[in-house]
Write a protein that binds this ligand. Sequence first.
Ligand SMILES: C[S@@+](CC[C@H](N)C(=O)[O-])C[C@H]1O[C@@H](n2cnc3c(N)ncnc32)[C@H](O)[C@@H]1O
Length: 355
Amino acid sequence: MNDNTHNLKYLTSIILDNNSAFGMLQSACNQMYMLFESISKISRRRIFTHVKQSTVLQSGDTLPPQVAGSCIFDYIRTVKFLRGIKKTIDAKLDKTPGQPLRILYAGTGPFGSILTPLVPNYKEHQLKIDTIEYHEESLNFFKTVIKELSLQSFYSNNFLCDASQFTNENKTQYDIIIAECMQAALRSEGQTAITFNLSKFLKDDGAFIPGNIRISALLLDKPELMSIKAYEPPKISREDLLNRLSSKRIELGEIFSLSKNSRDEMNLVGGSSEILQGVVKTIPNEISQNMVIAYSTLIEVTKGIAITGYEPCALTALHYEPEEIHIAPGMKIRFDYNMGRKPKFEPVVLKDDRT
Ligand SMILES: C[S@@+](CC[C@H](N)C(=O)[O-])C[C@H]1O[C@@H](n2cnc3c(N)ncnc32)[C@H](O)[C@@H]1O
């Protein structure tokens, strides 16, 4: 281990400690970013000058390296994923001591920030990691990072491809597959298509991370929603957000759940290759005039470690589509999900006989 690896291990220990105050977690994430920035020689300034912001694949957007690397600053995301992944690795190593865990990490970005910080905690014979990234520039930064941290011996293959089309030529059966290619309400990025494709390569008792992503629909007063959308983590506390949401809110309930089994449980809308047929909800009579549909996201990273919609995290922030349908009492809405180039929920108003 060199000085950088020691430093990374120390910062990670702060993040993994349940007793660390939020300020300490923030500071550890900021320092971790600076460490990755300096060893990879990535320039954050390019975020602002990058003309081409993302590359759109058949399954959605892929973020360019500078933007993907900045995900570290979504502190709750970084902390909870690191804790959840550590917990999953440790549980699996306890079950099968002596055997290396096969891990596939899709969408590393330039740093692999939700796995790389954990690797120095393990011995080389314990982890055998494959990675997937679509952006070649990100992959090159990532290779520099693991080299500078002297962690190359943990990594077997670094695949440069679209994770939603990955064919696993080596026929590896993975113990753990990690993918965080998502935004709130599973918009824009290809998390769903990637989960559908990669979960085929998990062992029967393998763990997909995140283990479950649940989306619920709710009706909210539009002016109130606009004010909540304006928050920037961590400027608003969970309590404030709960208070502001407590009035003028009607829960319609869960409309989507994404896990390693979802591919077998969901149906495509007839004739489509990418629109998943959703559940039907009825708009109650007691709605008020300004109400619109919003989506809340809950991410269960692994059992016991979740990010809820009330935490200051970009991935679970409330989401609202401005061009969405106008609701009326008694209306039946089917919440279909489009997992094509622009992934998002596409609610369909049903006629009475189409429920
Ligand atoms: C939200 S960033 C997260 C980066 C990294 N996991 C981290 O936590 O710092 C998602 C990354 O996944 C990559 N990605 C998104 N969709 C992909 C796909 N279909 N195939 C391969 N990589 C993808 C993007 O290029 C980006 O680097």
